[in-house]
Design a protein around this ligand. Structure first.
Ligand code: UGA
Length: 415
Protein backbone atom coordinates (compact mmCIF):
# COMPACT_ATOMS: atom_id res chain seq x y z
CA UNK A 1 0.00 0.00 0.00
CA UNK A 2 1.24 3.53 -0.84
CA UNK A 3 0.94 5.68 2.26
CA UNK A 4 1.75 9.30 3.05
CA UNK A 5 2.24 10.64 6.54
CA UNK A 6 1.95 14.37 7.16
CA UNK A 7 3.92 15.66 10.17
CA UNK A 8 7.17 14.22 11.50
CA UNK A 9 6.58 14.50 15.23
CA UNK A 10 6.85 11.33 17.29
CA UNK A 11 3.48 9.96 16.12
CA UNK A 12 4.19 10.72 12.44
CA UNK A 13 7.74 9.40 12.47
CA UNK A 14 6.84 6.23 14.31
CA UNK A 15 3.71 5.60 12.22
CA UNK A 16 5.71 6.10 9.02
CA UNK A 17 8.66 3.95 10.10
CA UNK A 18 6.49 1.11 11.41
CA UNK A 19 4.18 1.03 8.38
CA UNK A 20 7.23 1.03 6.09
CA UNK A 21 8.82 -1.82 8.04
CA UNK A 22 5.57 -3.75 7.50
CA UNK A 23 6.12 -3.56 3.73
CA UNK A 24 4.22 -0.39 2.79
CA UNK A 25 5.63 2.32 0.57
CA UNK A 26 5.72 5.38 2.82
CA UNK A 27 6.45 9.04 2.17
CA UNK A 28 6.75 11.60 4.95
CA UNK A 29 5.78 15.24 4.51
CA UNK A 30 7.08 17.80 6.99
CA UNK A 31 7.00 21.59 6.63
CA UNK A 32 10.18 22.14 8.66
CA UNK A 33 13.08 21.90 6.20
CA UNK A 34 15.67 21.36 8.95
CA UNK A 35 13.67 18.43 10.33
CA UNK A 36 13.42 16.95 6.83
CA UNK A 37 17.17 17.16 6.32
CA UNK A 38 17.99 15.59 9.64
CA UNK A 39 15.44 12.76 9.18
CA UNK A 40 16.97 11.98 5.78
CA UNK A 41 20.34 11.81 7.55
CA UNK A 42 18.82 9.49 10.15
CA UNK A 43 19.11 12.11 12.91
CA UNK A 44 16.00 12.66 15.02
CA UNK A 45 15.01 15.60 17.18
CA UNK A 46 13.19 13.24 19.52
CA UNK A 47 14.47 10.18 21.34
CA UNK A 48 12.52 7.03 20.51
CA UNK A 49 13.88 3.61 21.35
CA UNK A 50 14.44 1.59 18.17
CA UNK A 51 13.44 4.37 15.75
CA UNK A 52 16.84 5.06 14.11
CA UNK A 53 17.37 1.31 13.52
CA UNK A 54 13.86 0.93 12.09
CA UNK A 55 14.24 3.95 9.80
CA UNK A 56 17.61 2.72 8.53
CA UNK A 57 15.96 -0.46 7.31
CA UNK A 58 13.33 1.40 5.27
CA UNK A 59 13.47 3.60 2.19
CA UNK A 60 11.29 6.37 3.62
CA UNK A 61 12.15 9.77 2.26
CA UNK A 62 11.03 12.89 4.08
CA UNK A 63 10.19 15.97 2.04
CA UNK A 64 8.52 19.37 2.29
CA UNK A 65 6.78 18.74 -1.03
CA UNK A 66 3.12 17.77 -0.67
CA UNK A 67 3.08 16.46 -4.26
CA UNK A 68 4.46 13.13 -2.97
CA UNK A 69 1.01 12.33 -1.58
CA UNK A 70 -0.33 11.98 -5.12
CA UNK A 71 -0.85 8.27 -5.59
CA UNK A 72 -1.03 7.47 -1.86
CA UNK A 73 -4.04 5.33 -0.99
CA UNK A 74 -4.01 6.51 2.61
CA UNK A 75 -2.86 9.91 3.86
CA UNK A 76 -2.33 10.12 7.63
CA UNK A 77 -2.45 13.54 9.27
CA UNK A 78 -0.09 13.41 12.28
CA UNK A 79 0.53 17.11 12.88
CA UNK A 80 0.73 18.60 16.37
CA UNK A 81 -2.21 20.08 18.27
CA UNK A 82 -0.56 22.22 20.98
CA UNK A 83 -2.58 24.09 23.63
CA UNK A 84 -3.92 27.60 22.99
CA UNK A 85 -3.65 29.98 25.98
CA UNK A 86 -7.30 29.16 26.89
CA UNK A 87 -6.56 25.41 26.98
CA UNK A 88 -8.30 24.59 23.69
CA UNK A 89 -6.27 22.80 21.02
CA UNK A 90 -4.61 24.81 18.31
CA UNK A 91 -5.75 23.41 14.96
CA UNK A 92 -3.48 25.55 12.81
CA UNK A 93 -1.20 22.69 11.69
CA UNK A 94 -4.10 20.36 10.95
CA UNK A 95 -5.90 23.04 8.97
CA UNK A 96 -2.78 23.71 6.96
CA UNK A 97 -2.31 19.99 6.24
CA UNK A 98 -5.97 19.57 5.26
CA UNK A 99 -5.71 22.63 2.98
CA UNK A 100 -2.67 21.20 1.20
CA UNK A 101 -4.29 17.76 0.83
CA UNK A 102 -7.47 19.42 -0.47
CA UNK A 103 -5.49 21.28 -3.14
CA UNK A 104 -4.18 17.95 -4.42
CA UNK A 105 -7.57 16.24 -4.20
CA UNK A 106 -8.90 18.83 -6.65
CA UNK A 107 -7.06 17.22 -9.56
CA UNK A 108 -7.05 13.66 -8.30
CA UNK A 109 -9.20 11.12 -10.09
CA UNK A 110 -8.81 8.05 -7.86
CA UNK A 111 -10.16 7.26 -4.38
CA UNK A 112 -7.98 7.72 -1.29
CA UNK A 113 -8.59 7.95 2.46
CA UNK A 114 -7.50 10.86 4.63
CA UNK A 115 -6.98 9.56 8.17
CA UNK A 116 -6.48 11.88 11.15
CA UNK A 117 -4.10 10.53 13.79
CA UNK A 118 -3.44 13.82 15.57
CA UNK A 119 -5.17 14.01 18.94
CA UNK A 120 -8.17 16.30 18.45
CA UNK A 121 -11.29 17.15 20.41
CA UNK A 122 -14.51 15.41 19.32
CA UNK A 123 -16.04 17.12 16.31
CA UNK A 124 -12.76 18.37 14.81
CA UNK A 125 -12.59 15.96 11.87
CA UNK A 126 -16.27 16.42 10.95
CA UNK A 127 -16.45 20.16 11.55
CA UNK A 128 -12.98 21.36 10.55
CA UNK A 129 -11.03 18.80 8.51
CA UNK A 130 -13.77 17.53 6.15
CA UNK A 131 -15.05 21.02 5.20
CA UNK A 132 -11.49 22.08 4.34
CA UNK A 133 -10.96 18.94 2.23
CA UNK A 134 -14.29 19.51 0.47
CA UNK A 135 -13.23 22.99 -0.64
CA UNK A 136 -11.55 21.00 -3.40
CA UNK A 137 -14.97 20.41 -4.91
CA UNK A 138 -14.65 16.70 -4.02
CA UNK A 139 -17.07 15.07 -1.57
CA UNK A 140 -16.24 12.90 1.45
CA UNK A 141 -17.74 9.46 1.01
CA UNK A 142 -18.17 9.89 -2.75
CA UNK A 143 -14.70 10.95 -3.98
CA UNK A 144 -12.51 10.27 -0.98
CA UNK A 145 -12.77 8.55 2.39
CA UNK A 146 -12.12 9.91 5.89
CA UNK A 147 -11.09 8.15 9.10
CA UNK A 148 -9.96 9.20 12.55
CA UNK A 149 -7.68 6.57 13.96
CA UNK A 150 -5.98 7.62 17.19
CA UNK A 151 -2.66 6.21 18.38
CA UNK A 152 -1.93 5.23 21.97
CA UNK A 153 1.85 5.54 21.86
CA UNK A 154 3.91 6.32 24.93
CA UNK A 155 6.84 8.61 24.30
CA UNK A 156 10.07 6.64 24.42
CA UNK A 157 8.18 3.34 23.84
CA UNK A 158 6.29 4.43 20.74
CA UNK A 159 7.76 1.89 18.30
CA UNK A 160 6.93 -0.99 20.65
CA UNK A 161 3.44 0.38 21.30
CA UNK A 162 2.72 0.77 17.58
CA UNK A 163 3.72 -2.81 16.88
CA UNK A 164 1.92 -4.21 19.95
CA UNK A 165 -1.28 -2.20 20.28
CA UNK A 166 -3.73 -3.06 23.06
CA UNK A 167 -6.50 -2.05 20.68
CA UNK A 168 -7.02 -0.46 17.29
CA UNK A 169 -9.68 2.21 16.97
CA UNK A 170 -10.96 3.08 13.52
CA UNK A 171 -13.39 5.97 13.42
CA UNK A 172 -14.88 5.90 9.93
CA UNK A 173 -16.87 8.35 7.85
CA UNK A 174 -18.42 5.37 6.07
CA UNK A 175 -17.79 1.66 5.66
CA UNK A 176 -15.55 2.08 2.61
CA UNK A 177 -13.24 4.49 4.47
CA UNK A 178 -12.77 2.01 7.35
CA UNK A 179 -12.38 -0.95 4.98
CA UNK A 180 -9.45 0.84 3.33
CA UNK A 181 -7.63 1.34 6.64
CA UNK A 182 -8.39 -2.10 8.05
CA UNK A 183 -5.71 -4.19 6.20
CA UNK A 184 -2.97 -2.09 7.82
CA UNK A 185 -4.00 -3.30 11.26
CA UNK A 186 -5.33 -6.80 10.67
CA UNK A 187 -1.93 -8.39 11.27
CA UNK A 188 -1.83 -7.11 14.86
CA UNK A 189 -3.17 -9.42 17.51
CA UNK A 190 -5.38 -6.67 18.90
CA UNK A 191 -9.11 -6.10 19.07
CA UNK A 192 -10.27 -3.68 16.39
CA UNK A 193 -13.15 -1.38 17.20
CA UNK A 194 -14.87 0.47 14.38
CA UNK A 195 -16.84 3.53 15.39
CA UNK A 196 -17.97 6.84 13.98
CA UNK A 197 -15.41 9.61 13.81
CA UNK A 198 -16.48 11.63 16.87
CA UNK A 199 -16.47 8.52 19.05
CA UNK A 200 -12.90 7.67 18.01
CA UNK A 201 -11.79 11.20 18.85
CA UNK A 202 -13.42 10.90 22.28
CA UNK A 203 -11.93 7.44 22.94
CA UNK A 204 -8.46 8.94 22.66
CA UNK A 205 -9.20 11.90 24.92
CA UNK A 206 -11.15 9.83 27.43
CA UNK A 207 -8.29 7.30 27.62
CA UNK A 208 -5.64 9.93 28.31
CA UNK A 209 -7.76 11.86 30.78
CA UNK A 210 -8.65 8.62 32.56
CA UNK A 211 -4.94 7.83 32.99
CA UNK A 212 -4.43 11.35 34.36
CA UNK A 213 -7.39 10.77 36.65
CA UNK A 214 -5.80 7.58 38.02
CA UNK A 215 -2.59 9.44 38.84
CA UNK A 216 -4.29 12.37 40.55
CA UNK A 217 -6.52 9.92 42.42
CA UNK A 218 -3.62 7.94 43.85
CA UNK A 219 -1.80 11.21 44.63
CA UNK A 220 -4.83 12.38 46.60
CA UNK A 221 -4.95 9.07 48.48
CA UNK A 222 -1.20 9.49 49.06
CA UNK A 223 -1.65 12.99 50.48
CA UNK A 224 -4.19 11.59 52.96
CA UNK A 225 -2.01 8.55 53.73
CA UNK A 226 1.06 10.71 54.45
CA UNK A 227 -0.86 12.63 57.09
CA UNK A 228 -2.00 9.36 58.66
CA UNK A 229 1.34 7.53 58.55
CA UNK A 230 0.19 5.01 55.92
CA UNK A 231 2.34 3.98 52.95
CA UNK A 232 0.37 4.74 49.77
CA UNK A 233 2.52 2.31 47.75
CA UNK A 234 1.39 -0.55 50.01
CA UNK A 235 -2.17 0.70 49.62
CA UNK A 236 -1.81 0.77 45.81
CA UNK A 237 -0.40 -2.77 45.89
CA UNK A 238 -3.45 -3.94 47.78
CA UNK A 239 -5.84 -2.08 45.50
CA UNK A 240 -4.16 -3.53 42.41
CA UNK A 241 -5.02 -7.08 43.46
CA UNK A 242 -8.56 -6.28 42.40
CA UNK A 243 -8.38 -6.79 38.67
CA UNK A 244 -11.09 -4.19 38.14
CA UNK A 245 -8.57 -1.65 39.43
CA UNK A 246 -5.33 -3.10 38.02
CA UNK A 247 -1.74 -2.21 38.86
CA UNK A 248 -0.95 0.37 36.19
CA UNK A 249 -0.74 4.13 36.67
CA UNK A 250 -1.02 3.93 40.43
CA UNK A 251 2.44 5.28 41.23
CA UNK A 252 1.95 8.26 43.51
CA UNK A 253 4.39 11.16 43.24
CA UNK A 254 4.78 14.74 42.02
CA UNK A 255 2.25 14.19 39.26
CA UNK A 256 2.04 13.84 35.51
CA UNK A 257 3.65 15.94 32.79
CA UNK A 258 4.44 15.48 29.11
CA UNK A 259 2.95 16.70 25.88
CA UNK A 260 -0.25 14.67 26.15
CA UNK A 261 -2.02 14.17 29.48
CA UNK A 262 -2.06 17.82 30.67
CA UNK A 263 -2.81 19.14 27.17
CA UNK A 264 -5.62 16.66 26.55
CA UNK A 265 -7.21 17.43 29.92
CA UNK A 266 -7.14 21.16 29.18
CA UNK A 267 -8.61 20.56 25.72
CA UNK A 268 -11.47 18.35 26.93
CA UNK A 269 -12.27 20.86 29.68
CA UNK A 270 -12.38 23.64 27.07
CA UNK A 271 -14.54 21.55 24.71
CA UNK A 272 -16.99 20.53 27.45
CA UNK A 273 -17.27 24.17 28.52
CA UNK A 274 -18.10 25.16 24.92
CA UNK A 275 -21.03 22.74 25.20
CA UNK A 276 -22.21 24.36 28.44
CA UNK A 277 -20.98 21.53 30.71
CA UNK A 278 -18.76 22.10 33.74
CA UNK A 279 -16.37 19.09 33.88
CA UNK A 280 -15.67 19.16 37.62
CA UNK A 281 -13.66 15.93 37.84
CA UNK A 282 -11.38 16.85 34.94
CA UNK A 283 -10.73 20.31 36.37
CA UNK A 284 -9.85 18.88 39.76
CA UNK A 285 -7.49 16.28 38.23
CA UNK A 286 -5.54 19.11 36.63
CA UNK A 287 -5.71 21.38 39.67
CA UNK A 288 -4.51 18.64 42.02
CA UNK A 289 -1.68 17.82 39.62
CA UNK A 290 -0.38 21.38 39.71
CA UNK A 291 -0.65 21.56 43.51
CA UNK A 292 1.14 18.20 43.79
CA UNK A 293 4.19 19.55 41.95
CA UNK A 294 4.70 22.23 44.59
CA UNK A 295 4.63 19.90 47.60
CA UNK A 296 8.42 19.28 47.46
CA UNK A 297 9.00 23.01 47.94
CA UNK A 298 6.76 23.12 51.04
CA UNK A 299 8.44 20.01 52.45
CA UNK A 300 11.90 21.51 51.90
CA UNK A 301 10.90 24.62 53.80
CA UNK A 302 10.23 22.46 56.86
CA UNK A 303 13.87 21.37 56.88
CA UNK A 304 15.94 24.31 55.56
CA UNK A 305 15.39 28.02 54.90
CA UNK A 306 15.20 28.26 51.13
CA UNK A 307 16.44 31.82 50.74
CA UNK A 308 20.14 31.47 49.98
CA UNK A 309 20.11 27.65 50.00
CA UNK A 310 21.43 25.54 47.14
CA UNK A 311 18.90 22.92 46.11
CA UNK A 312 19.86 20.03 43.84
CA UNK A 313 17.31 18.79 41.31
CA UNK A 314 17.67 15.18 40.22
CA UNK A 315 15.69 14.74 37.01
CA UNK A 316 14.18 17.35 34.70
CA UNK A 317 12.48 15.21 32.02
CA UNK A 318 8.75 14.59 32.45
CA UNK A 319 9.53 10.88 32.74
CA UNK A 320 12.60 8.67 32.34
CA UNK A 321 13.76 7.57 28.89
CA UNK A 322 13.15 10.92 27.19
CA UNK A 323 14.67 14.39 26.90
CA UNK A 324 11.18 15.90 26.73
CA UNK A 325 10.44 18.53 29.38
CA UNK A 326 7.02 19.66 28.16
CA UNK A 327 4.81 20.25 31.20
CA UNK A 328 7.48 18.54 33.31
CA UNK A 329 6.83 18.97 37.02
CA UNK A 330 10.47 20.11 37.30
CA UNK A 331 9.49 23.38 35.59
CA UNK A 332 7.04 24.23 38.38
CA UNK A 333 9.46 23.14 41.11
CA UNK A 334 12.38 25.14 39.66
CA UNK A 335 10.20 28.24 39.24
CA UNK A 336 8.96 28.04 42.85
CA UNK A 337 12.45 27.47 44.27
CA UNK A 338 13.90 30.45 42.42
CA UNK A 339 11.02 32.58 43.69
CA UNK A 340 11.90 31.54 47.25
CA UNK A 341 15.46 32.79 46.70
CA UNK A 342 17.17 29.39 46.40
CA UNK A 343 19.88 28.64 43.85
CA UNK A 344 19.53 25.46 41.84
CA UNK A 345 22.02 22.84 40.72
CA UNK A 346 20.35 20.48 38.27
CA UNK A 347 21.17 17.13 36.70
CA UNK A 348 19.36 15.08 34.08
CA UNK A 349 21.03 12.50 31.82
CA UNK A 350 19.08 13.66 28.75
CA UNK A 351 16.96 16.75 29.35
CA UNK A 352 19.39 19.36 30.74
CA UNK A 353 19.86 21.13 27.39
CA UNK A 354 16.13 21.51 26.85
CA UNK A 355 15.69 22.81 30.40
CA UNK A 356 18.44 25.38 29.82
CA UNK A 357 16.23 27.06 27.22
CA UNK A 358 13.64 27.84 29.90
CA UNK A 359 15.93 28.33 32.89
CA UNK A 360 19.31 29.68 31.73
CA UNK A 361 19.94 31.00 35.28
CA UNK A 362 20.17 27.48 36.75
CA UNK A 363 23.53 25.75 37.05
CA UNK A 364 23.60 22.39 35.26
CA UNK A 365 26.22 20.12 36.68
CA UNK A 366 27.39 16.59 37.27
CA UNK A 367 25.39 14.25 39.46
CA UNK A 368 28.24 14.35 42.01
CA UNK A 369 28.00 18.16 42.35
CA UNK A 370 24.22 18.05 42.64
CA UNK A 371 24.60 15.60 45.52
CA UNK A 372 26.69 18.21 47.36
CA UNK A 373 23.72 20.64 47.50
CA UNK A 374 22.13 21.62 50.82
CA UNK A 375 19.16 19.43 49.91
CA UNK A 376 18.14 17.27 46.95
CA UNK A 377 14.75 16.87 45.24
CA UNK A 378 14.11 13.82 43.04
CA UNK A 379 11.74 14.61 40.18
CA UNK A 380 12.28 11.86 37.57
CA UNK A 381 12.81 8.17 38.33
CA UNK A 382 15.96 7.66 36.23
CA UNK A 383 17.48 4.27 37.03
CA UNK A 384 20.86 5.76 37.95
CA UNK A 385 19.26 7.57 40.90
CA UNK A 386 18.81 4.19 42.57
CA UNK A 387 22.59 3.76 42.72
CA UNK A 388 23.46 7.04 44.47
CA UNK A 389 24.78 7.37 48.01
CA UNK A 390 22.20 9.44 49.87
CA UNK A 391 23.63 8.94 53.35
CA UNK A 392 23.90 12.19 55.31
CA UNK A 393 21.71 14.11 52.82
CA UNK A 394 18.37 15.87 53.02
CA UNK A 395 16.17 14.33 50.30
CA UNK A 396 12.65 15.13 49.16
CA UNK A 397 11.55 12.32 46.88
CA UNK A 398 8.92 12.93 44.22
CA UNK A 399 9.29 9.55 42.49
CA UNK A 400 9.77 6.88 45.15
CA UNK A 401 13.44 5.98 44.80
CA UNK A 402 13.74 3.46 47.65
CA UNK A 403 17.53 3.80 47.94
CA UNK A 404 17.04 7.47 48.91
CA UNK A 405 15.40 6.37 52.16
CA UNK A 406 18.92 5.98 53.59
CA UNK A 407 19.20 9.81 53.63
CA UNK A 408 19.64 11.61 56.98
CA UNK A 409 16.33 13.34 56.36
CA UNK A 410 14.01 11.67 53.84
CA UNK A 411 10.48 12.66 52.89
CA UNK A 412 8.34 11.43 50.02
CA UNK A 413 5.87 13.91 48.53
CA UNK A 414 2.95 11.74 49.58
CA UNK A 415 4.47 8.92 51.59
C1 UGA B 1 0.55 9.25 27.24
C2 UGA B 1 -0.27 7.95 27.28
O1 UGA B 1 0.23 7.08 28.30
C3 UGA B 1 -0.22 7.24 25.92
O2 UGA B 1 -1.06 6.10 25.93
C4 UGA B 1 -0.69 8.21 24.83
O3 UGA B 1 -0.65 7.62 23.54
C5 UGA B 1 0.20 9.43 24.85
O4 UGA B 1 0.12 10.05 26.15
C6 UGA B 1 -0.27 10.37 23.76
O5 UGA B 1 -1.40 10.86 23.83
O6 UGA B 1 0.44 10.55 22.75
P1 UGA B 1 3.15 9.82 27.53
O7 UGA B 1 2.77 11.28 27.48
O8 UGA B 1 4.31 9.35 26.72
O9 UGA B 1 1.92 8.88 27.09
O10 UGA B 1 3.50 9.55 29.05
P2 UGA B 1 3.04 8.50 30.16
O11 UGA B 1 3.91 7.32 30.14
O12 UGA B 1 1.58 8.31 30.11
O13 UGA B 1 3.39 9.35 31.50
C7 UGA B 1 2.76 10.62 31.71
C8 UGA B 1 3.16 11.21 33.05
O14 UGA B 1 2.51 10.51 34.11
C9 UGA B 1 4.65 11.17 33.38
O15 UGA B 1 5.03 12.43 33.91
C10 UGA B 1 4.78 10.10 34.44
O16 UGA B 1 5.82 10.31 35.33
C11 UGA B 1 3.42 10.23 35.16
N1 UGA B 1 2.98 8.99 35.86
C12 UGA B 1 2.71 7.87 35.16
C13 UGA B 1 2.81 9.03 37.23
O17 UGA B 1 3.03 10.05 37.91
N2 UGA B 1 2.36 7.89 37.87
C14 UGA B 1 2.08 6.75 37.19
O18 UGA B 1 1.67 5.77 37.83
C15 UGA B 1 2.27 6.74 35.80
Amino acid sequence: MKISVIGAGYVGLVTGACLASMGNEVSLVEVDMRKVESINNNIFSIYEEGLPELMKGTDIVATTDYNVINGAGIIFICTGTPSNPDGSMSLEQIKQAAGEIGDLLRTRGDYCVVAVKSTVVPGTTDEVVIPILERSGKKAGRDFGVCMSPEFLREGRAVYDFMHPARVIIGEFDRRSGDTLLPLYEQFKAPILRTDIKTAEMIKLASNTFLANKISFINEIGNICKRMGIDVFEVAKGMALDERIGNKFLNAGVGFGGSCLPKDLRALIARATEYGYNPGILKEVLHLNDKQALIPVDLLKKHIPLNGATVGLLGLAFKPGTDDIRDSRAILVAGALLKEGASILAYDPMAANNFKNIFPEIKYSSIEDVMKSDAVVILTEWEEFSALDYRGKIVIDGRRINKAREARIYEGVCW
